[in-house]
Design a protein around this ligand. Structure first.
Ligand code: G6P
Length: 549
């Protein structure tokens, strides 16, 4: 049976219980209906869908089932980015929000992402309750008498209401309020001119982003926006980017080509449901560089800290930067040097934003959260990653630094000079074999039991195993001591290795795709040294993997 993973249910659109199809969408929805009846009686649920094949019809099927089950379902009038759905839950006082999307996955996938009334994706406990309800609902003969039943039923289901279009200007207004910079009259004039002149190349990669990006930026006087023509229109086949994940350099190629042609200042990219954001900048010689998620997250952390300071907002150890355990320490170093605290969560924004209520209950504040996979989340409005808000803040920052004769690339380089050269080189092994999952688990266990004691010349110092919460510390002579249950995070199949040459390696199975993920991070006093360490380490791990076969 399809399972709740890092970000809701996600799977190939194929028949059967493991696929994402009419049947599993209906089953999940009935599980949710039962959950609502168990917790609040009749619920109000809002729906959004992306531009993928079948997203709209799955959304209407699910919304219709909930209406038929006595709940109130509302739906966006057209495709919408995931962050807009996450945003709308609280102002519309919904009990749940559901978006039909597989985000950046290839076209064969779809997904079903569920948010609670607090605007945060449901946690493990709620997902487990819904999953157990799904098991019970398998025998719901009102829906599942035979395979022809669902399509026939779909047409007869009561139609959901449409969500008010007023939510869009409200989102734009709130996102724009995230840029807070104290400026005098002269600076304000310079900033307006800089916004007007900044040449932005943007691509929504065939997805939902452009219809929201343009109003968001144009409302702020950005006037020179070029949308990459061949990726501008929604297209569920993603013809120019079959793997529309903006972490992959090939996805940015058309945008960078366009940027070179027009001599742009910045390239901004959102994935098809606009929750991820990638950034590319030209160096002083005009060569374009794509920043990694770790780098963009660190850059955004610094921008937000600088902004807060300019407004005389005192930041202290009650302000938290939240990052996932597989995100590198660049942003954390910046945050700590500026007096903030840093907290780690497991991968996924259900976990990163899950810290918001917990911190609040302790009288602390969520300042900013991000993870290496190009996702960034700001306090207050959207409690998930928001690619559009990220584009907006990066464009504002680029305009702002230009008023001081600087570029965002130079600002970023200054950060590296100040805090160290943090570089990452993640890689994945895709395994779509029928026993792929078992093979992936086997490889993670192999790393657990036969851990690499040396990596690129560095000695193993520590292993953090998030499956049993243990930490194993190695002494100079190779002996080790293990302490169990010290990692205070929910259990997850993730092992992290720390070496004495400032290299870290994390290994975990993806929770959204059939992949084994390796995260390699280095920090050094020059970029070249860090890159060299990562190259050596990457080769050694690939050799190890060959030997394991
Ligand atoms: O590493 P995975 O489990 O595949 O997850 C990769 C990413 O998938 C989705 O985009 C989630 O929203 C992210 O929070 C997560 O980092």
């Amino acid at each position: 049976m399809i399972k709740f993973g890092t970000a809701g249910l996600r799977g190939l659109m194929q028949p059967g219980e493991d696929g994402l199809n009419d049947y599993t969408v209906a089953l999940a929805t009935l599980g949710i209906s039962r959950y609502l009846k168990q917790t609040c009686g009749k619920g109000k649920i809002i729906f959004a869908y992306d531009t993928r094949h079948h997203s709209r019809e799955y959304a209407y099927l699910a919304a219709g089932i909930l209406q038929k089950e006595g709940h109130q379902a509302l739906i966006f009038p057209s495709y919408a980015p995931t962050p807009i759905l996450a945003y709308s839950i609280r102002p519309l006082h919904a009990d749940l929000g559901i978006v039909l999307t597989a985000s950046h996955n290839p076209k064969e996938y779809n997904g079903y992402k569920v948010y609670g009334s607090d605007g945060i994706q449901i946690n493990e406990a709620t997902a487990a309750q819904i999953a157990s309800n799904m098991e019970e609902e398998k025998y719901n003969t009102a829906y599942f008498i035979n395979s022809a039943c669902l399509p026939n039923l779909s047409a007869e289901l009561p139609a959901p209401e449409t969500i008010t279009p007023a939510i869009v200007p409200s989102y734009i207004h709130d996102i724009q309020s995230l840029w807070q910079r104290k400026m005098n009259e002269e600076e304000t004039c310079k900033m307006a001119a800089a916004q007007h002149n900044l040449k932005i190349v943007y691509t929504p990669v065939h997805g939902t982003g452009a219809a929201y990006f343009l109003p968001l930026l144009q409302h702020s006087s950005f006037a020179d926006i070029i949308i990459v023509k061949e990726q501008a229109e929604p297209d569920p086949d993603f013809p120019t980017a079959p793997k529309p994940n903006p972490e992959y350099p090939e996805v940015l190629l058309p945008a960078i080509k366009q940027a070179e042609a027009v001599n742009a200042d910045i390239v901004l990219v959102t994935d098809p449901d606009a929750d991820r954001c990638a950034l590319a900048l030209p160096d002083t010689a005009g060569e374009w560089h794509q920043l990694s998620g770790n780098e963009t997250g660190a850059l955004l952390s610094a921008i937000l800290i600088d902004n807060a300071r300019s407004c005389q907002r005192r930041l202290n150890s009650d302000d938290y930067l939240v990052k996932s355990v597989v995100t590198d320490d660049f942003g954390a170093a910046i945050a700590k040097a500026n007096g903030l605290s840093v907290c780690e969560s497991l991968t996924g924004f259900k976990n990163i934003c899950g810290t918001i209520p917990k911190l609040r209950a302790q009288g602390k504040r969520y300042f900013f959260g991000y993870e290496e996979s190009v996702g960034y989340s700001y306090p207050d409005f959207v409690r998930d990653k928001d690619g559009l808000a990220s584009c907006y803040l990066l464009a504002m920052a680029a305009a702002y630094v230009s008023t001081n004769g600087c570029t965002l690339w130079q600002y970023f380089n200054d950060l590296q000079k100040r805090y160290g050269y943090y570089v990452s080189a993640p890689f994945n092994i895709v395994n779509t074999a029928s026993d792929g999952n078992e093979q992936i688990q086997k490889t993670v266990n192999e790393f657990r039991t036969n851990s690499p004691l040396l990596l690129a010349g560095g000695k193993l110092l520590q292993i953090s195993d998030y499956l049993d919460g243990s930490i194993k510390i190695f002494a100079q002579d190779g002996t080790s001591v293990q302490q169990k249950d010290v990692l205070k995070l929910p259990k997850q199949n993730l092992v992290k290795f720390f070496y004495d040459n400032n290299l870290t390696l994390s290994v975990r199975p993806s929770g959204t795709e059939p992949k084994l993920k390796f995260y390699l991070d280095a920090c050094a006093s020059t970029r070249e040294t860090a890159v060299e360490l990562l190259q050596k380490a990457g080769n050694e791990i690939r050799n190890l993997l060959k030997q394991q076969k």
